[in-house]
Ligand binder design. Structure first.
Ligand code: ZN
Length: 48
């Protein structure tokens, strides 16, 4: 393996959440609202 590309870092691939439009990782539960696939799959502490 050559070292020409060893210092390059893969940019984080983020997609807007379908529920809250917050940037989140694809195929991951949204860290902002806990939605994934159109439904809440994780409970996120909301500021009341
Ligand atoms: Zn969200």
């Amino acid at each position: 393996m050559r070292r020409a590309n060893h210092d390059k870092v893969t940019p984080p691939n983020v997609v807007p959440c379908s529920n809250c439009s917050a940037p989140s990782l694809p195929h991951r539960v949204c860290p902002a609202c806990g939605y994934y696939g159109g439904k809440a799959v994780a409970q996120v502490a909301e500021k009341a």
